[in-house]
Design a binder for this molecule. Structure first.
Ligand code: PMP
Length: 324
């Protein structure tokens, strides 16, 4: 789909996968005027194709658009286009109990300008690609490195959006953590360097003394759709979930007091990722829940994946049927 000033978004179409022709001065290449989303289409056992809360993805896309000076999209129309695409290309959604079709909508500014301004012409593209199970051998706790040298985002910046620049800012930290054999980093806030933000490509939750705590969305953290769903699910079980600022010192104190019972990340890729080990450099190393999966993480994973794959009744209306 294209956007041209004066004409708006137009010409939604399905084209074969292939390279894009872009002017070398295209603004997205120089100034990162880009936004994206990540979602999956699932094939239920009875053959139905399902999307998980797709309207949330396009609502978030519009939040990103606004911050990046990109014209808004019609959210309902985008969901309809996506459903239409999946009906036309339904064989793309794997007939497998753990492989899904990853969908990557993104928008780029294509105006050829070397001056720093927002564009007047955009492409909106959706890439579709099958993805295998994140945990082919079952849910495995990950080891996470507490990042104290680099900063991903600050309030007032773009941290609450899904834009390329947030991820380029995180590459160095991620690669240094991987060299030390950690899966991802735990980001701290960019000002005081104390408050926990999120984990690489996931939001983060802690169970401390029976209470579930997750950092509040203060403007520098991405509002994950899995995060929102996990909170709603836990509320439906009667668990106490608190969204508030939580510092790394508070977490370490809870650990020392034997009160840090569970930690996990939430995100579209892994759904739930139990955190078995948290390395806060020379300050503290924390093995959480004996390095094993906790009951809340396991139940969230089981119930969310059952809804996503259409294995259970969906009392929330999150699962959107595309076709048989
Ligand atoms: N934070 C960041 C930085 C992410 O890239 C993601 C993945 N989209 C998430 C959190 C989790 O968001 P969601 O649950 O919508 O996938």
């Amino acid at each position: 789909m294209d956007y041209d000033e004066g004409q708006g978004w137009h010409d939604a179409r399905i084209v074969p996968y292939g390279p894009l022709a872009l002017d070398p001065a295209a603004m997205c290449l120089h100034y990162g005027q880009e936004v994206f989303e990540g979602m999956k289409a699932y094939r239920a056992e009875d053959g139905r194709i399902l999307l998980f809360r797709p309207e949330q993805n396009f609502a978030r896309l519009n939040l990103s658009n606004d911050r990046l000076c990109i014209p808004p999209v019609d959210e309902d129309k985008m969901v309809e286009y996506l459903k239409e695409f999946l009906r036309v290309e339904k064989d793309w959604v794997p007939h497998s109990k753990d492989t899904s079709l990853y969908l990557r909508p993104f928008i780029i500014a294509i105006d050829p300008h070397l001056g720093v301004h927002s564009g007047k012409h955009y492409y909106f593209i959706v890439i579709a690609s099958p993805v295998g199970a994140y945990y082919p051998e079952g849910l495995n706790p990950v080891s996470i490195y507490v990042e104290t040298k680099y900063v991903r985002s600050v309030r007032g910046g773009t941290g609450f959006t899904k834009t390329a620049g947030n991820y380029s800012a995180s590459l160095k930290a991620q690669s240094e953590a991987e060299e030390k054999h950690y899966t991802q980093v735990l980001w701290l806030d960019g000002v005081e360097r104390r408050y926990i933000e999120e984990v690489g490509t996931m939001n983060v939750f802690f169970k401390i003394d029976g209470e579930i705590i997750t950092p509040s969305l203060d403007g520098s953290i991405l509002g994950g759709i899995t995060r929102k769903s996990a909170i709603e699910l836990m509320h439906s079980w009667g668990l106490k979930v608190t969204e508030r600022r939580i510092s790394i010192d508070e977490l370490a104190e809870a650990y020392d007091a034997g009160k840090l019972e569970e930690a996990f990340g939430t995100g579209t890729a892994a759904v739930i990722s139990p955190i078995g080990f948290l390395d806060w450099g020379d300050t503290k190393k924390m093995e959480i829940g004996g390095g094993k999966i906790g009951p809340v993480s396991q139940r969230l994973y089981d119930e969310l994946t059952a809804i996503q794959w259409g294995r259970t009744k969906d009392p929330f209306g999150w699962s959107v049927e595309v076709c048989k």
